[in-house]
Write a protein that binds this ligand. Structure first.
Ligand SMILES: Nc1ncnc2c1ncn2[C@@H]1O[C@H](COP(=O)(O)OP(=O)(O)OP(=O)(O)O)[C@@H](O)[C@H]1O
Length: 564
């Protein structure tokens, strides 16, 4: 788990790949440095090994024995160095991958709900999957790249030492080959940026064919659009872009291979023409044949630098979008005790706007006080802002203006999570977790009682701290959500159209038995409802229109008017 300090400094969207890789490697600085130095030394040792091999082909009299001894010693050192570097790097690499995943997950856990809703699940999943893996793979391969560069530079230095003139010829061949690769790299990069966007669309399509399976079977034209156009279109786009990238890549690779052999041929011809000794010419041939591998390795990994750069930008955008002052959310050890007493919650001049767009919905200004023990109904037509008001009240949306106060004191960002623990909400689009958060066995017994009470005990039991099943009807699942809320035993319970899926009998039970019973237990209740038959159950009912409170009545006191 990253520290709060790390969490407060996510990479800005323009973060450089080098700096980000260094940041990821920092916790393993010593081992990463040791492995990299060992790798570089073994790379340079490899250059030396080739020089020794060349010397052994043309030994001075009586020196073959010592040259072979040096050759054997270098072989052992180079192999040992390579192995140590590889083991060290994979140790560091796996930890870097794990840390990056934890870091991104922690950012999502801490992110403001509005930012998550705006980002949208398919893009989030795509970043979590593809982008994190791409950056991780790059960090993992970075040291291999370093070793390949070291071998190349060592070998080039040896060539310059052997013959500066022929070295220039070799350098021209290598430089032309690299220039071609750089052009191919640009084509690759452009294609890859398109691939990432198409992968997002693909993810969206996957969500559509799984979550919208029923709708797609019922509507041929929509199915044709999602399957035939969106999904197959994204798949084909990815294929075509990747083919373009691969073509550029393989063409440049073939060109550089030809250039290598042409360079070797030219060196042999020039050596013959200008009477260069056989040892120098064979040295060039040996080295050029050998460094073709490491240079290709560098070239092959060049696209991964571009890919990692694009992925880093996407992770950095996610981090920037998910900036939050609520860093305590990432702390899994912080199971703060639930507050069990409050006097009032107040919204003072509170507004909430979904975006700066002039047409965006705005809630408020809203002024009202929720008192302890009160049963508050929030009513109003579809889209008038009931759920938005609830989200502000729950501390899930930060008001864009005005204040949220608990017992007269503003709820500061660092205290918002503790504040939220006062509530047990059952959202309209709630997620039902199968496991129960219980403190001890008595909670499991309590859960069984609630199941009986909610007339669902014949279908569901409690086994190993979890519901035996959640494969139930919509109304039955909502009853299980209510059991979860009961067990949490928080001072405020919140229901967003809880009764919408219940049959008339149980709807009546909810409004006339369950709610009054909770009230008798001292609970404060906030209920969004369209069930006007039961509005009399409320102590107080506020009605919204276009984001504002237009009615504030106490049904028990029919003469009460607007005002808090
Ligand atoms: N994520 C969002 N981004 C932008 N605008 C949104 C978003 N969610 C809701 N809105 C807008 O905010 C307005 C209020 O939505 P809200 O969900 O609060 O209404 P509601 O009163 O709960 O409606 P319903 O009775 O249909 O549940 C809507 O008109 C909608 O246009």
């Amino acid at each position: 788990m990253p520290s709060h300090d790390e969490m407060s400094h996510p990479p800005p969207p323009e973060a450089s790949l080098g700096r980000e890789v260094l940041r990821l490697l920092r916790p393993f600085g010593l081992l990463a440095t040791f492995s990299s130095i060992t790798g570089v030394l073994s790379g340079l040792g490899m250059a030396w090994l080739i020089a020794t091999l060349n010397a052994s082909l043309h030994p001075e009299k009586g020196k073959l024995g010592s040259i072979l001894l040096a050759f054997a010693a270098l072989c052992i050192l180079v192999l040992a160095g390579e192995t140590i570097a590889a083991v060290g790097n994979s140790f560091v690499g796996q930890r870097v991958i794990a840390n990056l995943r934890k870091e991104v997950v922690a950012r999502i856990v801490c992110a403001p709900i509005a930012a998550i809703q705006q980002y949208r699940a398919p893009r989030l999943l795509s970043t979590l999957g593809h982008d994190v893996d791409t950056i991780s793979a790059f960090s993992f391969n970075a040291s291999g790249l370093l070793v390949a560069v070291a071998i190349t530079l060592g070998c080039l230095a040896y060539l310059a030492f052997l013959s500066p003139g022929l070295f220039l010829v070799a350098l021209v061949a290598i430089a032309v080959g690299l220039a071609g690769n750089l052009v191919a790299g640009r084509i690759w990069l452009k294609a890859y940026a398109g691939v990432r966007d198409a992968q997002d669309d693909l993810q969206k399509g996957y969500v559509a064919i799984t979550e919208g399976a029923k709708e797609l079977r019922m509507n041929r034209r929509r199915r044709a659009r999602v399957h035939g156009i969106q999904l197959r279109g994204s798949v084909d786009r990815i294929r075509d872009l990747k083919m373009t990238a691969m073509r550029a890549f393989w063409a440049s690779r073939a060109c550089s291979a030809i250039l290598f052999f042409a360079g070797i041929g030219a060196i042999v011809a020039l050596g013959d023409r200008y009477g260069v000794d056989a040892g120098t010419v064979s040295g060039f041939a040996l080295v050029l044949l050998y460094i073709k591998g490491p240079i290709e390795q560098v070239v092959i990994q060049l696209p991964s630098v571009g890919q990692a750069q694009i992925s880093l930008k996407r992770v950095a955008e996610l981090s920037a979008a998910f900036q939050t002052p609520e860093l305590t959310l990432a702390d899994t050890t912080d199971v703060a005790p639930t507050a069990d007493a409050l006097q009032s919650i107040e919204l003072r001049g509170a507004r909430y706007r979904f975006s700066a767009d002039a047409n965006a919905f705005e809630l408020g200004p809203v002024d009202f006080t929720l008192h302890q023990g009160e049963t508050l109904f929030i009513t109003g037509e579809n889209g008038c802002g009931k759920t938005t008001l609830l989200m502000v009240l729950l501390g899930l949306y930060e008001p864009t203006a005005g204040e949220l106060l608990l017992d007269g004191a503003p709820v500061e960002p660092h205290a918002r999570d503790a504040y939220r623990q006062l509530f047990s909400p059952v959202f309209f689009d709630y997620v039902l977790f199968q496991d129960l958060i219980t403190r001890d066995d008595s909670d499991a017994d309590l859960a069984r009682d609630y199941l009986e009470r909610l007339e669902i005990g014949h279908k569901v039991s409690i086994e190993d701290g979890a519901f035996s099943t959640i494969d139930l009807s919509a109304g039955q699942r909502k009853r299980l959500a209510l059991v979860q809320a009961y067990l949490e035993n928080r001072p405020i319970l919140v229901f967003d159209e809880w009764a919408a899926e219940q049959d008339p009998t149980f709807r009546r039970v909810f409004y006339t038995e369950i709610l009054p019973d909770l009230k008798r237990q001292g609970k404060t209740l906030v209920v969004i409802s369209h069930d006007d038959r039961y509005f009399h159950v409320a102590d107080r009912r506020i009605t919204l229109r276009s984001g504002r409170i237009v009615e504030d009545v106490r049904p028990a006191l029919p003469w009460a008017g607007v005002g808090s």
